[in-house]
Design a protein around this ligand. Structure first.
Ligand code: ZN
Length: 268
């Protein structure tokens, strides 16, 4: 059933039919399904319900949705799939910053759909300011996105060999949210299979990142990157949390179903 929803586009404000927008790009869900042995996605927070696609919400008008799709498509071709096939060096142009800002904008916007804006909360004010600047950048002439730093960090396989759960989290999961680090830092955090995208919100930049910063154009190289220790610790915490839910929350019946699916696929 296809139900239309009328409302105001969260980006441009126009009233009209809203698209069922994906917070995390659709191509990631397709890739996970295609490369998964069981052939479906499972949300770690509700492991008994197979997901047909990653979280989507009525957010954007078709014009804004199309604009987001453009940079997403280039990112999927020039970075995501190439990286999954083993490439480690990537040249990029302004489509990369457009993609990353649109992704962080979506995740930040979702935060304010789930948490009502509190003008006495300084974190809310800072996040709101970043979202406004990024929103104008996405809609406008594309010249100014503030002094916020945005990073793309390719996961280090050597670390992922340490632990199965951690490896699963780094290479096979999607985890996007506004992150509050123990040191008081606020970031937009988005783990995609094999890579981490971080937008600095408060502070707008910080030391410890190397070879990850996204500019208007440039080259990213997997083996010339470093991230701050706080971020590595945060990733480990998230990995523990998500695999705990995934493995402890799954019922025996669901485990059997997955086994069935896997064996069926192999005999075909
Ligand atoms: Zn719009």
């Amino acid at each position: 059933m296809n139900m239309e929803k009328i409302g105001h586009c969260r980006l441009c404000g126009m009233e009209g039919v809203l698209e069922d927008s994906h917070i995390v790009p659709r191509f990631i869900g397709r890739w996970l399904r295609k490369t998964s042995e069981a052939g479906d996605l499972r949300n770690p927070f509700n492991p008994n319900k197979p997901e047909n696609d990653l979280l989507s919400i009525y957010l954007l008008c078709s014009k804004c949705e199309d604009m987001f799709n453009k940079s997403e498509t280039i990112f999927s071709k020039k970075i995501f799939h190439k990286y999954q096939e083993g490439a480690s060096k990537f040249d990029y142009d302004d489509w990369l910053i457009n993609f990353v800002i649109s992704l962080s904008w979506r995740i930040g916007t979702l935060y304010f759909i789930n948490n009502s804006f509190d003008e006495t909360n300084s974190k809310h004010l800072q996040l709101n300011e970043a979202l406004n600047i990024w929103g104008s950048y996405l809609l406008g002439d594309g010249t100014n996105f503030g002094n916020y730093n945005h990073h793309l960090y390719f996961v280090d396989d050597r670390i992922s060999e340490l632990n199965v759960g951690y490896k699963f989290y780094l290479n096979r999961s999607v985890d996007g949210h506004v992150g509050f680090l123990p040191n008081g830092e606020m970031i937009i955090y988005c783990m995609l299979p094999g890579m981490l995208i971080v937008s600095n919100v408060s502070p707008k930049s910080r030391k410890g990142w190397k070879g990850t910063n996204i500019n208007r154009f440039g080259t990213l190289q997997k083996n010339k990157q470093n991230g701050p220790a706080d971020i590595a610790n945060y990733m480990i915490d998230r990995a523990i949390l998500s695999t705990y839910f995934l493995f402890s929350g799954m019922s025996e019946r669901q485990k059997e179903k997955i086994k069935e699916k896997v064996s069926k696929k192999k005999t075909n």
